[in-house]
Design a protein around this ligand. Sequence first.
Ligand SMILES: Cc1cc2nc3c(=O)[nH]c(=O)nc-3n(C[C@H](O)[C@H](O)[C@H](O)COP(=O)(O)O)c2cc1C
Length: 346
Amino acid sequence: MDVPLSKLRLNSVDEYEREAKKLLAQDLVNYIYGGTESGATLTRNREAFGKYLLKRRVLQDIEKDVRTETSYFEGKIKSELPFFPSCINTIPLYPKACLDVLKISKSFKVPIFISDIAIPPGMEASELPSLVPADVPLIWQFYIFEENYDAVFKHAKLAQRYGYRGVVLTVDADLNVKIGDEIPVEVRERNFHITRISEVKKMRDSVSIPFIVKGIMSLEDAVVAIENGADGIIVSNHGGRIMDSGQSSLEVLPRIVKQLKSKKSTRKAEIFFDGGIRRGTDILKALALGARGCLLGRPMFSGLAVDRENGAASIMSILKDELIRDAFLCGLRDLSDVSPKILIEA
Ligand SMILES: Cc1cc2nc3c(=O)[nH]c(=O)nc-3n(C[C@H](O)[C@H](O)[C@H](O)COP(=O)(O)O)c2cc1C
């Protein structure tokens, strides 16, 4: 994986994925693109988008420039687009890949989620915020391992001082990632701690910036996370990497949205979404079902694998163009007007 293919012009996330799979060694292809056991959850994440069709609208006298800006947590985090790089462990791809993700900030003013375990060796998390412009919010994602238990809460406390604008606690990796029938070598040495509700509260008490819980796939967990202090959740099944035969994150999304909106104590929660997004139409469907922002996992890997920072930026730009086109075709002037009305159940 040493020659960046800057001359390569690829036009879709799928093309990047196909090219990445040709370039990468087989163990990395498995680590990145594989799913748990039979792979049913992974497949379901993609197939779920096919259950909805988009309704075409014309004759509305609208222009092609669709407004895409949005903000989160009562304006504390702003974004020019409703989708962004997810927190992903890019170290096995190449150790400095996380810095190439940060470079998309030259062209895209969107929040960037940084996995704590993706910080390049020899660097400190405190160094990353100064590498991006001030209007690009970095969000620091933590796992709790048995071996870093105290450090996680200490770091979360320092996040704001370091310049991070939010923190994420991922709570769904308790039994580690399993690809096929094995825990991949890339993550095998880690002892995941099983997160308790008291630790969600403890994390809440450690930070005064927005706090998000990642890995929510049920109405019950969504309510528990918010009622115990989270400002937002990420509806996610970790890209089908933890549990086989689970629901897709898209199919659970609208019910979680309805549940959180129905209770006074949870109504203000921000709801993010990931799992299976490969097209602008996928983002539009997730937004229509109530997600306020979408995260990209494997698409970022595909961009990085093919063309490092250019590839990562190209993934953002392909999805931006698709999303704007799709929103226009559905008759939207502003993405914040999106609603289930643009969807038809297939
Ligand atoms: C190779 C790989 C590494 C990942 N590393 C992390 C991580 O460090 N922290 C985390 O919260 N999620 C991690 N995830 C999950 C992603 O953040 C995201 O939830 C998932 O990839 C979304 O599905 P998608 O790949 O279909 O976009 C990882 C996913 C992949 C594929």
